[in-house]
Write a protein that binds this ligand. Sequence first.
Ligand code: 1YM
Length: 679
Amino acid sequence: MAEEEKKDNSVLDKDDGMKYKELDAGSVEELEHADKIYTAENIQVLEGLEAVRKRPGMYIGTTASPGLHHLIWEIVDNAIDEALAGFCNLITVTLNKDGTCTVSDNGRGIPVDVVAKTGVSAVETVYTVLHAGGKFGEGGGYKVSGGLHGVGASVVNALSEYLEVNVHRDGGDYYMKFGRGGKPLDHLKKVGEASDTGTIVTFKPDNTIFTETTTFEYEIVRDRLRQMAYLNKGVKIIVKDMRTTPETKEEFCYEGGIKEYVQYLNKPKGPIMEDVIYCEGREEVEYASGKTSIIYAEIAMQYNTSYNASIFSFCNNINTHEGGTHEEGFRLAINRVVNDYARKTKFLKDDNENFTTDDIKEGLTAIISVKHPDPQYEGQTKTKLGNSEVRKIVSSIVGEHLMTFLMENPPIAKLILTKVASAAEARAAARKAQESVRRKNGLDITTLPGKLADCQSHDPKECELYIVEGNSAGGSAKNGRDRRTQAILPLRGKILNVEKVDQQRAFENAEIGNMIMAIGAGVDPEFDVSKIRYDKIVIMTDADVDGSHIRILLLTFFFRFMKSLITEGHIYIAQPPLYKVDYHGKSYYCYNDEQLEILKKKLQLKAGYPFQRYKGLGEMDAEQLFETTMDPKARKMLRVTIKDAMDADRIFTNLMGDDVMPRKEFIHENAKFVKNLDL
Ligand code: 1YM
């Protein structure tokens, strides 16, 4: 940086050339001066925000509901950064009646001084210059916030109808407002006194950008903020919904952080131990460039009685769905330590094989959370952490701590080893069962399950497998289908609840064996989605409680045994009609009550005009079933996708586990579940 500039009034010098200039609160002269500089910069600034408005998807992913909520996360991220820097312990998010959202914190308040480079206050800079947050932050607090690395405030402003900021700092209450698209309506002004410090931001999403919806959903906001509170221990987050009567208010604050998160996730699964194994550590790494950064990692884990692994990882408070180096480090460590300990204590004899990581993961709930100042994301959805230095850091923190824990707690260690050993046994038995399935399956098409009516085409891309409830509906489907591309697998009654049995028992179940053979791509962890024999797998059940139960059992099976079928969108739910109205020799089908009402009006049917209510698929003949539910040209289907594996894990545990209460609740809120799955 040039010496000359350093002599300037600046109090803070940043490497990137950004500077703060001390400004007497309310100094008219300074503000006027700022105004002049601002005019020149103005154009550039608005061009930046205009770019955001032209391509909002590039900044917030989508302008549908997830993008709308992203606005809140961006503002909250800045408050979380302030908390991580150690200056803030209370964040409040309020959904207001007028459709605005207010986020406030009790931190230092965004600086109010003029920034030399922009000639306007830091507040205005943060809200109008793209990337301002990131540049400002360096060298200051510990900046780790998520998606846009703290640069999101200006993006939120660009996509708002208006946005207001109050900063309480240095005894003053400073205020400024931006209009549509982030246009400053006036500069930052001192409007009063303040005895506290903090930042308060209110914004209204721009309905010309968010054309699909501008309504914030309380549950979405609440769930994410609860997660934020778990991931940032000690920070109290209050969420309020003023749109309900009475107002809704919930508070989240976890002194134990992810340790409590693991307890929360594990509770419905039945923990086998009281303790949560918890460790944390920070390490400074030096890059070839000579730059250093501090990486912080914390890990919490606890075993439960289930047969599933629930391992979730985060980087900078963002769920890294696709895993990455932090998860790799964790897996390396648990494998190394558990095997070492088992050998040391002679639990594993010299001629025994090592446990596999899958054995060790069975029934384990774990959270791995790292904070990294410069995360690199990879993978299809950019949610896989790529920084290679993280692998070793996590591995050494977990390795050291887990070994100590096992040594100091022999009874719990024994419990864990026994569980791992039985997982290994079950896995060996399951492998045998799988092999026999594979042998039967082989490459020989004739050994496909007897009940499967396969299609003629061998091009998986055009092939569809209908899994149909009941033999009679299966018969109609077989007769009505397009034989070239549509295969039918009828199911006999209820299928096994895989949430409650180990892999071996699951494989022994005929219906499950049939599905694995028909789909032809194995099961997790070896499931290979590129080998599936059908591009679309369609669940076709009756539109009643039994049908919906079977549907959930099937979804649970796919989620636990062939997860990528769901995550990659190969699973569909058929939508048979609920009503048939015959009128003047023509048949009309309605898929819900609303459609029926519309039809009645359209045909001007008198009250009491008869119509048929379908109770099951079996009531339709082959032709009707094809016409209404299976014909690719006319049918309606729901595609099942799960964006959030964490939510899905909890939903399936709650629905299918031993605890009956959540299931009862579910049955009352059936529609909601479908909404969760069918996005
Ligand atoms: C409700 C939203 O934005 N809080 C917030 C933001 C900042 C600070 C404090 C802050 C940061 C620093 C120094 C620093 C920001 N400041 C900047 C910038 N809440 C909310 N609270 N003093 C205060 O990082 O050095 C960007 S965000 F760039 F101006 F410093």
